[in-house]
Design a protein. Structure first.
Length: 256
């Protein structure tokens, strides 16, 4: 009879103990999950902020490059539509070719008149491809010939299809804009240094997309300009979220 009473007492205690252990385990699990999630979110915010700072610093440096180059006497002469200008263009070609050789982020660089016609270029053998930029209709070029140093939207390069953008510096002579120095900047040079090395956890990584939604920097080059976030089911969250961080699961299988 005593053994039976012990069992009657032991079973409820054991049951309550198991429930308590289960509750403690569940609380610990969710607490740990929240801590991990907070740590990842904090890391993501820090990484995003660092990328923004890197982009701003890198682009400011490229703009300063173009401004300084555009102020050089050789280009101010070569842009003139007279015998002095025409004789200076050969020297300008050589100077532009040297710049392209020295700076790996330059995919091409040209001196153009106020109509967007190429006068001198580091890519003389690719003028047909360069002309396909249609500078005369480019909003950034229109601002440049009004005297502003401008940057275009990211676009697909007419030379090799990679992501590029234009930095356009007005070239002035006697206080009037006579043309512009146009540099096609290879975004991959930036991405290889500042974007692709970033890893979050085991498989997480950073990528960039343009204002139009095109993927413009990604470890998987097949996605460049071939994937647009507006076609993805979480794109509305990315555009509308005020929190700055969203969670989503995304997996695409590419076949050749």
């Amino acid at each position: 009879m005593k053994l039976s009473i012990n069992y009657k007492l032991l079973l409820p205690i054991l049951f309550l103990t198991l429930i308590g252990m289960g509750i403690i385990g569940a609380v610990s699990y969710f607490s740990s999950k929240d801590i991990v999630q907070q740590a990842i979110t904090s890391q993501l915010i820090q990484v995003a902020n660092n990328i923004v700072i890197s982009i701003d610093t890198w682009m400011d440096a490229r703009k300063l490059d173009l401004k300084n180059w555009g102020d050089q006497d050789i280009y101010q002469k070569a842009v003139l539509d007279d015998i002095v200008g025409k004789s200076a263009r050969k020297a300008a070609n050589a100077r532009l070719e040297k710049l392209k050789s020295d700076y790996d982020f330059l995919q091409s660089i040209h001196l153009v008149d106020i109509n967007g016609t190429i006068l001198s270029s580091a890519n003389a053998d690719q003028d047909g491809q360069n002309n396909s930029l249609n500078l005369s209709q480019n909003p950034a070029f229109q601002s440049a010939i009004k005297g502003q140093l401008t940057v275009s939207e990211v676009m697909k390069s007419p030379i090799n299809g990679s992501p590029v953008y234009l930095v356009i510096a007005p070239v002035q002579k006697s206080g009037a804009v006579q043309g512009a120095l146009v540099a096609m900047i290879d975004l991959e040079t930036f991405s290889k240094t500042f974007v692709y090395p970033i890893s979050i956890g085991k498989q997480g990584h950073a990528y960039l997309y343009s204002q139009s939604g095109d993927i413009i920097a990604h470890r998987e080059s097949v996605k460049l300009f071939n994937e647009n976030i507006q076609s993805l089911n979480y794109s509305d969250l990315m555009r509308k979220s005020n929190a700055g961080v969203i969670s989503y699961i995304h997996c695409l299988l590419y076949t050749s």
